[in-house]
Design a binder for this molecule. Structure first.
Ligand code: GLU
Length: 393
């Protein structure tokens, strides 16, 4: 197919997908909204202009916005003597800066959306909030009510109280969990780059922007990002992981520059800008999604090559026979990380047995379990219905 024809097809597919969207989560990063002078009113204005246009098309919009730390940092530097020596890499300083910047951020949004006659609401969440089903439901009910009222919820991590190990890590992760929470049918990730590049454009001058990713499930994200896997520092790695989570729910993601004027409007008119990530062919149930992304694994189970292959390629359950090592102390029903003998991540799943029990039965046939454990209702260590491959926050 000629490049021109391919472009037309990609345009038609985009128009079809975007035309179907009713509820969209838009995530915007600090790099789009702020400069070293703090929040940029013009950048906020451009974003609000575009989101208001989507809202006017009848879409429900949930905005996940960073920028609080950057806005607060600049403000404190302007207003406190000696502030140039503050180390904002230190967690309490970042948290304090965020609490200053969050109100400034919301003030800017409130004013800018107000010019279009729109009302906004502040929603601050921690990972802990979404791990509890009751709080998850409360957050969902509140956001749904706001959307019913035509309000635009603006979500950020509650940095003031989020301690390091409870943090989402970055707002890409938070936004992908919001896609699940609100039942969005489109995820738009506005970034400072033009989209996803086939190679790291900082290191490879010939790198090209990829208009469409059709199989994110099998995409080697680490290789594409030059092995940069540190979750939590943003960058394309966390954006692609977030897009994969949305794709597992059947939701497409657009990764596109938030800096250009009218980017969203041009995209909704079918122009091929940025990268569209298509939903996975095999969707993940909400139950599995919840299990994999809201809990922290309580232990690690290392499996031999045969078991890793059976899990990865044949959709099998994990049997005790394939387990070689068990780390951590956990109860029956806990979430465990499954790795191969090289330490490569295979997936996460809910263990039918405790860590102590698995240590006693690893390497054994399922028929031997009852004689070792006394009571062994499950032949599998982790049933495939409770297993999500390559899932990690
Ligand atoms: N919550 C942080 C902020 O508002 C940003 C986290 C992120 O950028 O991913 O500044």
């Amino acid at each position: 197919m000629s490049a021109e024809a391919e472009g037309r097809d990609a345009g038609a597919l985009r128009r079809e997908i975007l035309g179907r969207a009713r509820c969209v989560v838009v995530k915007v990063g600090s790099a789009v909204l702020t400069s070293d002078k703090g929040l940029e009113a013009q950048a906020v204005g451009t974003l609000v202009d575009q989101i208001s246009a989507l809202h006017d098309r009848g879409l429900d919009v949930v905005l996940v916005s960073s920028g609080a730390v950057a806005a607060g940092r600049t403000r404190i530097r302007q207003s406190v003597a000696g502030a140039e020596n503050i180390d904002f890499a230190e967690l309490p300083s970042r948290q304090a800066a965020s609490s200053i910047g969050q109100s400034r951020l919301m003030h800017s949004y409130d004013e800018a959306f107000g010019r279009f006659g729109k009302t906004v609401a502040q929603v601050l969440l921690t990972r802990e909030d979404l791990k509890s089903r009751a709080r998850f439901r409360n957050a969902r009910n509140t956001i749904r009510r706001l959307l019913d009222w035509g309000v635009i919820p603006i979500v950020n991590e509650n940095d003031t109280v989020a301690v390091a190990e409870l943090k989402f890590g970055d707002n890409d992760t938070l936004a992908s969990l919001m896609v699940d929470l609100v039942g969005a049918d489109l995820f738009v990730n506005l970034t400072s780059a033009d989209g996803v590049f086939d190679r790291n454009p900082d290191r490879h001058p010939g790198a090209a922007c990829v208009p469409m990713i059709t199989d994110i499930e099998n995409l080697d994200i680490e290789a594409m990002c030059d092995g940069k896997t540190s979750v939590g520092s943003g960058g394309m790695y966390s954006k692609l992981r977030a897009a994969r989570r949305a794709a597992q729910l059947g939701v497409p993601t657009l990764i596109v520059s938030g800096k250009g004027r009218l980017a969203l409007e041009r995209i909704f008119s079918g122009e091929v800008l940025g990268t569209l990530v298509l939903p996975c062919a095999r969707l993940v149930s909400h139950r599995k999604f919840w299990l994999a992304y809201h809990e922290d694994p309580a232990g690690t189970v290392s499996v031999d090559a045969g078991a890793a292959k059976a899990l990865r390629e044949c959709g099998k359950s994990l049997l005790p026979a394939g387990i070689r090592r068990v780390e951590g102390s956990f109860e029956r029903g806990a979430l465990v990380r499954i790795v191969d003998l090289d330490g490569r991540h295979v997936g996460v799943g809910q263990s039918n047995y405790s860590g102590e029990e698995l240590k006693l039965v690893m390497g054994r046939r399922s028929s031997e379990l009852a004689s070792v454990l006394g009571q062994a209702p499950h032949p599998e260590a982790v049933h495939r219905d409770n297993l999500l491959l390559d899932a990690a926050l």
